[in-house]
Design a protein around this ligand. Structure first.
Ligand code: FMN
Length: 218
Protein backbone atom coordinates (compact mmCIF):
# COMPACT_ATOMS: atom_id res chain seq x y z
CA UNK A 1 0.00 0.00 0.00
CA UNK A 2 1.32 3.45 -0.83
CA UNK A 3 2.41 5.38 2.24
CA UNK A 4 -0.05 8.17 1.55
CA UNK A 5 -2.97 5.75 1.70
CA UNK A 6 -2.27 4.05 5.05
CA UNK A 7 -4.21 6.06 7.60
CA UNK A 8 -2.67 4.19 10.56
CA UNK A 9 0.85 5.02 9.45
CA UNK A 10 -0.17 8.60 8.82
CA UNK A 11 -1.60 8.94 12.32
CA UNK A 12 1.43 7.31 13.94
CA UNK A 13 3.83 9.67 12.18
CA UNK A 14 1.82 12.88 12.17
CA UNK A 15 4.08 14.86 14.43
CA UNK A 16 3.68 18.59 14.84
CA UNK A 17 5.94 19.85 12.05
CA UNK A 18 7.06 23.29 13.18
CA UNK A 19 10.03 23.87 10.92
CA UNK A 20 8.62 24.72 7.51
CA UNK A 21 10.16 25.90 4.27
CA UNK A 22 8.78 29.21 2.99
CA UNK A 23 8.22 27.70 -0.50
CA UNK A 24 4.65 28.19 -1.68
CA UNK A 25 2.16 25.33 -1.43
CA UNK A 26 0.19 24.77 -4.66
CA UNK A 27 -3.47 25.72 -4.41
CA UNK A 28 -4.64 22.29 -5.56
CA UNK A 29 -3.04 20.77 -2.44
CA UNK A 30 -4.58 23.40 -0.20
CA UNK A 31 -7.95 22.64 -1.77
CA UNK A 32 -7.48 18.92 -1.07
CA UNK A 33 -6.82 19.74 2.58
CA UNK A 34 -9.88 22.00 2.76
CA UNK A 35 -12.09 19.32 1.20
CA UNK A 36 -10.82 16.82 3.77
CA UNK A 37 -11.79 19.29 6.48
CA UNK A 38 -15.27 19.61 5.06
CA UNK A 39 -15.69 15.81 5.16
CA UNK A 40 -15.65 15.92 8.96
CA UNK A 41 -18.62 15.50 11.22
CA UNK A 42 -20.32 18.42 12.93
CA UNK A 43 -23.16 18.28 15.45
CA UNK A 44 -26.43 17.75 13.53
CA UNK A 45 -24.37 18.19 10.35
CA UNK A 46 -24.82 21.91 10.88
CA UNK A 47 -21.51 22.70 9.12
CA UNK A 48 -21.23 26.11 10.73
CA UNK A 49 -17.53 26.20 9.95
CA UNK A 50 -15.51 28.58 7.83
CA UNK A 51 -11.95 27.94 6.77
CA UNK A 52 -9.98 31.12 6.32
CA UNK A 53 -6.92 30.61 4.09
CA UNK A 54 -4.31 33.21 4.91
CA UNK A 55 -1.40 33.89 2.58
CA UNK A 56 -1.05 37.67 3.10
CA UNK A 57 2.25 38.20 4.97
CA UNK A 58 1.00 41.40 6.60
CA UNK A 59 -1.99 39.69 8.21
CA UNK A 60 0.23 36.83 9.40
CA UNK A 61 2.76 39.26 10.86
CA UNK A 62 0.04 41.11 12.78
CA UNK A 63 -1.09 37.85 14.39
CA UNK A 64 2.49 36.73 15.03
CA UNK A 65 3.06 39.71 17.35
CA UNK A 66 0.49 38.27 19.77
CA UNK A 67 1.62 34.68 19.19
CA UNK A 68 5.14 35.73 20.25
CA UNK A 69 3.83 37.72 23.21
CA UNK A 70 1.87 34.72 24.46
CA UNK A 71 4.99 32.56 24.10
CA UNK A 72 7.11 34.95 26.16
CA UNK A 73 4.48 35.49 28.83
CA UNK A 74 2.93 32.03 29.21
CA UNK A 75 4.27 29.20 27.06
CA UNK A 76 8.03 29.48 27.51
CA UNK A 77 7.86 29.80 31.33
CA UNK A 78 5.50 26.81 31.39
CA UNK A 79 7.94 24.66 29.40
CA UNK A 80 10.74 25.61 31.76
CA UNK A 81 8.93 24.51 34.90
CA UNK A 82 7.04 21.44 33.62
CA UNK A 83 8.13 17.78 33.42
CA UNK A 84 8.16 15.89 30.10
CA UNK A 85 4.79 14.31 29.24
CA UNK A 86 4.30 10.50 29.09
CA UNK A 87 6.42 8.75 26.46
CA UNK A 88 8.70 11.77 26.02
CA UNK A 89 12.29 11.91 27.29
CA UNK A 90 13.71 15.09 28.83
CA UNK A 91 15.90 15.50 25.78
CA UNK A 92 12.98 15.14 23.36
CA UNK A 93 10.95 17.58 25.46
CA UNK A 94 13.80 20.06 25.21
CA UNK A 95 13.82 19.62 21.44
CA UNK A 96 10.06 20.21 21.40
CA UNK A 97 10.50 23.46 23.31
CA UNK A 98 13.14 24.56 20.78
CA UNK A 99 10.80 23.69 17.90
CA UNK A 100 7.94 25.58 19.55
CA UNK A 101 10.21 28.60 19.88
CA UNK A 102 11.28 28.22 16.24
CA UNK A 103 7.68 28.19 15.03
CA UNK A 104 6.95 31.23 17.21
CA UNK A 105 9.74 33.17 15.54
CA UNK A 106 8.84 32.00 12.03
CA UNK A 107 5.04 31.79 12.33
CA UNK A 108 4.35 34.36 9.60
CA UNK A 109 6.83 32.69 7.22
CA UNK A 110 4.71 29.56 6.87
CA UNK A 111 3.46 29.99 3.30
CA UNK A 112 -0.14 29.32 4.16
CA UNK A 113 -2.31 29.23 7.24
CA UNK A 114 -5.73 27.69 7.52
CA UNK A 115 -7.73 29.31 10.30
CA UNK A 116 -10.56 27.03 11.42
CA UNK A 117 -13.57 29.13 12.46
CA UNK A 118 -17.03 28.31 13.73
CA UNK A 119 -20.28 30.22 13.86
CA UNK A 120 -20.73 29.58 17.55
CA UNK A 121 -22.97 32.48 18.59
CA UNK A 122 -22.52 34.89 21.45
CA UNK A 123 -21.90 32.32 24.18
CA UNK A 124 -19.78 29.45 22.91
CA UNK A 125 -19.63 26.61 25.41
CA UNK A 126 -17.50 23.56 26.03
CA UNK A 127 -19.17 21.52 23.33
CA UNK A 128 -18.70 24.15 20.62
CA UNK A 129 -15.24 22.87 19.73
CA UNK A 130 -16.58 19.39 19.08
CA UNK A 131 -18.05 20.68 15.80
CA UNK A 132 -14.79 22.09 14.49
CA UNK A 133 -11.89 19.98 15.81
CA UNK A 134 -12.86 16.90 13.76
CA UNK A 135 -12.41 19.10 10.67
CA UNK A 136 -9.11 20.37 12.03
CA UNK A 137 -7.85 16.82 12.56
CA UNK A 138 -8.97 15.81 9.05
CA UNK A 139 -7.00 18.71 7.61
CA UNK A 140 -3.89 17.76 9.60
CA UNK A 141 -4.17 14.16 8.39
CA UNK A 142 -4.65 15.32 4.81
CA UNK A 143 -1.62 17.61 5.00
CA UNK A 144 0.49 14.72 6.36
CA UNK A 145 -0.78 12.40 3.59
CA UNK A 146 0.31 14.98 1.03
CA UNK A 147 3.77 15.26 2.57
CA UNK A 148 3.06 18.72 3.98
CA UNK A 149 4.00 19.73 7.51
CA UNK A 150 1.47 21.37 9.82
CA UNK A 151 0.78 22.00 13.50
CA UNK A 152 -2.46 22.43 15.38
CA UNK A 153 -2.02 25.76 17.16
CA UNK A 154 -4.38 27.58 19.49
CA UNK A 155 -2.01 29.89 21.32
CA UNK A 156 -3.34 32.97 19.53
CA UNK A 157 -6.47 32.53 21.68
CA UNK A 158 -4.55 33.96 24.63
CA UNK A 159 -5.02 37.20 22.68
CA UNK A 160 -8.31 36.20 21.11
CA UNK A 161 -9.78 39.65 20.62
CA UNK A 162 -6.65 41.16 19.09
CA UNK A 163 -5.86 38.23 16.78
CA UNK A 164 -9.43 37.75 15.59
CA UNK A 165 -9.56 41.44 14.77
CA UNK A 166 -6.31 41.10 12.79
CA UNK A 167 -7.80 38.10 10.97
CA UNK A 168 -11.02 40.01 10.21
CA UNK A 169 -13.33 37.44 11.80
CA UNK A 170 -16.86 38.86 12.06
CA UNK A 171 -19.01 38.74 15.19
CA UNK A 172 -20.90 35.49 15.65
CA UNK A 173 -17.82 33.54 14.52
CA UNK A 174 -14.71 32.54 16.45
CA UNK A 175 -11.40 30.99 15.51
CA UNK A 176 -10.52 27.62 17.04
CA UNK A 177 -7.15 26.84 15.50
CA UNK A 178 -4.52 28.21 13.18
CA UNK A 179 -2.76 25.58 11.06
CA UNK A 180 0.53 26.85 9.63
CA UNK A 181 1.22 24.62 6.62
CA UNK A 182 4.26 24.20 4.39
CA UNK A 183 6.84 21.75 3.14
CA UNK A 184 8.71 20.39 6.17
CA UNK A 185 12.44 20.97 6.69
CA UNK A 186 12.79 17.72 8.65
CA UNK A 187 11.31 14.27 8.39
CA UNK A 188 8.06 12.82 9.63
CA UNK A 189 8.60 10.33 12.43
CA UNK A 190 6.85 8.47 15.22
CA UNK A 191 4.88 10.52 17.72
CA UNK A 192 5.88 10.30 21.40
CA UNK A 193 3.05 8.96 23.55
CA UNK A 194 2.81 6.94 26.77
CA UNK A 195 1.72 3.28 26.98
CA UNK A 196 -1.87 2.92 25.77
CA UNK A 197 -2.54 0.36 28.55
CA UNK A 198 -2.28 3.20 31.06
CA UNK A 199 -5.12 5.19 29.63
CA UNK A 200 -7.67 2.50 28.78
CA UNK A 201 -10.06 0.86 31.26
CA UNK A 202 -12.60 -1.93 30.85
CA UNK A 203 -16.07 -1.49 32.36
CA UNK A 204 -14.84 0.17 35.55
CA UNK A 205 -12.59 3.16 35.99
CA UNK A 206 -9.04 1.95 36.69
CA UNK A 207 -9.75 -1.64 35.57
CA UNK A 208 -7.08 -2.81 33.06
CA UNK A 209 -8.23 -3.81 29.59
CA UNK A 210 -6.94 -7.40 29.13
CA UNK A 211 -6.43 -6.99 25.41
CA UNK A 212 -3.61 -4.61 26.31
CA UNK A 213 -2.09 -6.84 29.01
CA UNK A 214 1.14 -7.29 27.07
CA UNK A 215 1.83 -3.57 27.16
CA UNK A 216 3.66 -1.97 30.06
CA UNK A 217 1.86 0.01 32.74
CA UNK A 218 4.03 2.30 34.83
C1 FMN B 1 -5.38 22.04 21.54
C2 FMN B 1 -3.96 22.08 21.02
C3 FMN B 1 -3.31 23.30 20.93
C4 FMN B 1 -2.01 23.37 20.47
N1 FMN B 1 -1.41 24.59 20.34
C5 FMN B 1 -0.15 24.67 19.89
C6 FMN B 1 0.46 25.93 19.68
O1 FMN B 1 -0.15 26.99 19.87
N2 FMN B 1 1.74 25.95 19.24
C7 FMN B 1 2.43 24.80 18.96
O2 FMN B 1 3.60 24.89 18.55
N3 FMN B 1 1.87 23.58 19.11
C8 FMN B 1 0.59 23.48 19.56
N4 FMN B 1 -0.02 22.27 19.68
C9 FMN B 1 0.72 21.06 19.28
C10 FMN B 1 1.13 20.22 20.49
O3 FMN B 1 2.04 20.93 21.26
C11 FMN B 1 1.72 18.92 19.96
O4 FMN B 1 0.72 18.16 19.34
C12 FMN B 1 2.33 18.14 21.07
O5 FMN B 1 3.50 18.81 21.44
C13 FMN B 1 2.69 16.72 20.67
O6 FMN B 1 3.62 16.76 19.65
P1 FMN B 1 3.52 15.74 18.45
O7 FMN B 1 2.13 15.87 17.93
O8 FMN B 1 4.59 16.18 17.51
O9 FMN B 1 3.78 14.39 19.01
C14 FMN B 1 -1.33 22.18 20.10
C15 FMN B 1 -2.00 20.95 20.14
C16 FMN B 1 -3.32 20.91 20.57
C17 FMN B 1 -4.04 19.57 20.57
Amino acid sequence: MAEGADVFLIMATMRAMRRLKPDPVPDDLIVKILRAGQCAASGGNTQRWRFLVIKDPEIKKRVQVYYQRAFDEVVSPRYQRSAPPPGVTAERYQRQHAAVEYLTEHFAEAPVWIVACLEDGANPNRSSGSSIYPAVQNMLLAARALGLGATLTTRHLLYEKETEEALGIPSGFHSYAILPIGYPMGHFGPVGRGPVAEIVYLDHWGEPYPALAGESRA
